[in-house]
Design a protein around this ligand. Structure first.
Ligand code: CA
Length: 289
C-alpha cells in the first residue's frame, strides 16, 4: 500500500464526486444521500458544508463562479456564499424513484450526468447532457447506475461506466456537437472483484478508476491495459480527483453505506477523504459553461 493520508475523517455515507476547484483552491465533493456539498481546503484542513436539501450526485465549478449540481430534481445552480439553490433544468422530475448520480464536463463546457434508481434496481436510468445554454438532452437510455465519465486528451473519445455492466466503455465523441456514437467495451472488471465506479484521467491520458467494494484504484492505459493497482484502506472508494496547486495530489472519496447495509463493521478510514501522492500529475478539470 502506498502512503495514504486521511485528510478529513468525514465518515461520509456516500462520499462521491471529488473535483478540484482551481479558482477557489478547494476540493469539492458530495455526500449524495445526505444532500450535502462539501468544500475542503487543503491548506487549513477545514471542510465546509452546504445542505442542498435533496440527494446531490455531483458538483462542478461553472465559468460564472457559481457551482452546478445534479440533484434528484435535475440540474441546479448552487451559490456557495448564500447557499441558495436554483433550478436550471428539471430532469426526470416525474420519476420520484430516480436521482442523478455521477457526472463531468466536456472540454466545451457541457455537463454530462446520469440517473439511477434510488433502490438500485433495473435499468431505469439515462445519461443526460446539459449544454452551456441550459438545454438538456437525453443521450443514452436503459442505464442502471450511471457513473464515471471522462474524455481523452483530444476529446475524440468519451469514457463511460454503468457500474453493473462491470465495464469501462468508450464512445466516439464529437466535441463540436456533443454527439456520441459507437459504444464499445474497453475494460472489464471481474464481477467477484468489485464494481467499477468513478474515474478520472491523469496528464498522461491514463484512466484512474475507483473500485467500489474492491478497496483499490486501478490505473489503465488508454488502450485499456491495466498499468497499476493502488490499494486503499477503505472498502468502497468511489472516485478520485487530482488536486492541489500542482495537480499532483490524488484525492479519493469513500462510502460507508454498503458496509452499514450489510451489517459489517467500519474500518477507521471508511467514509473519509483520502490523499495519495501517485507520482503523476492530473489534468485541470473541465468546468461548466
Ligand atoms: Ca459513483
Amino acid at each position: 500500500m502506498e502512503d495514504v493520508e486521511l485528510v478529513h475523517d468525514a465518515r461520509a455515507e456516500l462520499g462521491e464526486g471529488p473535483i478540484w476547484d482551481a479558482a477557489a483552491a478547494r476540493l469539492l465533493w458530495v455526500d449524495i444521500l445526505r444532500g450535502r456539498v462539501h468544500r475542503f481546503d487543503p491548506v487549513s484542513g477545514q471542510d465546509e458544508i452546504r445542505d442542498v436539501g435533496r440527494p446531490v450526485g455531483v458538483v462542478t465549478p461553472a465559468r460564472d463562479g457559481s457551482l452546478v449540481i445534479a440533484t434528484s430534481r435535475g440540474f441546479e445552480r448552487l451559490d456557495w456564499e448564500t447557499g441558495r439553490v436554483s433550478t436550471i433544468a428539471e430532469v426526470e422530475a416525474d420519476v420520484p424513484g430516480n436521482r442523478m448520480n455521477d457526472g463531468a464536463c466536456d472540454p466545451a463546457g457541457r455537463f454530462w450526468a446520469g440517473t439511477m434508481a434510488l433502490d438500485e434496481k433495473g435499468a431505469a436510468g439515462s445519461l443526460y447532457r446539459l449544454d452551456p445554454d441550459g438545454r438538456v438532452s437525453r443521450m443514452v437510455g436503459d442505464i442502471s447506475i450511471s457513473n464515471g465519465i471522462a474524455w481523452s486528451d483530444d476529446a475524440r473519445v468519451m469514457y463511460y461506466v454503468d457500474s453493473p455492466t462491470h465495464r469501462i466503455d468508450v464512445f466516439d465523441y464529437d466535441l463540436a456537437t456533443g454527439a456520441i456514437a459507437n459504444r464499445r467495451a474497453l475494460v472489464r472488471i471481474e464481477p467477484e472483484e468489485a464494481f467499477p465506479d468513478g474515474l478520472v484521467l491523469d496528464a498522461e491520458g491514463f484512466i484512474w478508476l475507483a473500485l467500489w467494494g474492491g478497496a483499490a484504484l486501478h490505473r489503465y492505459a488508454p488502450d485499456g491495459t491495466l498499468d497499476r493497482v493502488v490499494k486503499v484502506p477503505v472498502s468502497h472508494p468511489t472516485k478520485c480527483a487530482f488536486g492541489g496547486a500542482g495537480l499532483d495530489d490524488l484525492y479519493v472519496t469513500s462510502a460507508t453505506i454498503a458496509l452499514k447495509r450489510a451489517g459489517k463493521p467500519l474500518q477507521p478510514h471508511d467514509g473519509g477523504l483520502l490523499r495519495i501522492r501517485p507520482g503523476v500529475r492530473g489534468q485541470a478539470p473541465n468546468i461548466y459553461g
